[in-house]
Design a protein around this ligand. Sequence first.
Ligand SMILES: C[S@@+](CC[C@H](N)C(=O)[O-])C[C@H]1O[C@@H](n2cnc3c(N)ncnc32)[C@H](O)[C@@H]1O
Length: 212
Amino acid sequence: MKVYRDHYFKKAKQENYPARSIYKLKEIEKRFRIFRPGMHVLDLGAAPGSWSLGAAEMVGPQGRVLGADIQTTPTSFPQNVTFMQEDVFNRSQAFEDALAALSPIHVVMSDMAPSTTGHRFTDQARSANLCREALAVATQCLIHGGSFIVKIFMGPDFHEFAAEMRQYFASVKTFKPKSSRSESIEIFYVGIGFKGCDGGADNRVDDAELRS
Ligand SMILES: C[S@@+](CC[C@H](N)C(=O)[O-])C[C@H]1O[C@@H](n2cnc3c(N)ncnc32)[C@H](O)[C@@H]1O
């Protein structure tokens, strides 16, 4: 596998993040202003841990982050992060309990990516499956008005998945961060204003509640 040591790779090392992907989350945040102190965040595909670390900084000590990944990570996390080794398609009871204890959740984010086969359509189909599972989890635990950030490989399912997201979110935006390699087929969808599974009214996240 080709190892890239570009500007973002070096910056991540200098700033003590385990992966360059942190700058994608930072760009998403700069554009959409999603995170606030005190929020509860679910991070799917959390290893090696940059997004969980970044989210933990943004939500502060009163906030909480639950990270899950099929792989383990040697990263040490601050107290407000819990990391669990989980396959999103085969979630354990311990994970469901941790999720219930943290719910309702303000932000669900998924940077999940399949192990690539080099066969474009297979990789895209697997990415779309991961996105659908992440959306299923998000609709199970998000607060009304909550947000969903999801990475998808562009391909045949890519517009269809946005349409699926629109059933649940007041607004769905597409974003390609500068720190995402130009040759990469990944893009991010950002769903804002979770309407609930019944597509009900958008009750905005209550700021006063977050500060209490
Ligand atoms: C690009 S990495 C995530 C990087 C992470 N956001 C960070 O900042 O450190 C994609 C992750 O998706 C995870 N993943 C792939 N399939 C998964 C599954 N079925 N369940 C949970 N995680 C999965 C991989 O193990 C991998 O760690």
